[in-house]
Design a protein. Sequence first.
Length: 312
Amino acid sequence: MTSLMRHVLLWFSRNDWLRERLPRFRFMRRAVGRFMPGEDVDAALAAAVPLQEAGIGSMYTRLGEHLTHLDEAEGVAAHYLDVLDRIVASGIRGEISVKPTQLGLDLDPETTLRHVERIAARAAEVGSYMWIDMEGSAWCEATIRLYERLRETQPRTGVCLQSYLRRTAADVERLLPLGPSIRLVKGAYDEPASIAFRSRAEVDANFLAVAAALLRAGRDHPDRPVRLSLGTHDVGLIDRTAEHAAALGLGRDAFRVEMLFGIRVAEQYRLARDGFPVTTLIAYGTAWYPWYMRRLAERPANVLFALRQLVP
């Protein structure tokens, strides 16, 4: 039943008719408020204040993907440059995460590279960090190539990898010579069995195997340090990764825990108190519908919360 609901929700996320109409309903706007504090960066920065007081870092991403015209990418890049300045002005320890197709990857990879180089350079200048998000499998190879080229000149950058893709272990081996920063997530798209693990057990097993490989590489090659972030709300996976780190002689600061704003909030605070570096990913923007549906698909129990918003 859970698997069926996941596929239905992912279909909802891709349906243009629903994307156009559902966000108009008040109950949908109430429901999405659980996962994002508002549609503009002001709301996102304000939400980070109590997190920082609790020792929790923040990361910001503006929702939206797949530009229609390449010149739109200039506005997106300018937005993130402004966000970095506003993070500094707010006294927030924040980082940013950009979507490659929002910067024109499927239209002109060279233009996208120039944009991410500008953003990453500004992030480094202000003491922040820039992450490249991973989208559907059709853009996986292009995104990794983009990161490889970016890393040549901008070391304060990272990329997201998805443990449900069968190629991810090989991608890690490919990137290790760079001393990469990897945000490891399970994955939130509907991919065929030919390229993706379909069962939760397989996805979890690959997640742990990839995390272990990155921890070992970081320990064994201090000359090319690896920065690992676990982008998951699965506390069991976090605990098992911590056990593996301990077995390697590494402390709780060997990796970072990343969770979304509004999800497992008590666990975020507990993990921070227990000595784990924790970061909350805060999304904002008007193009939230497909992102929100994918969040529901990741954890169908959240559908019950969404349905409660139907009640006045």
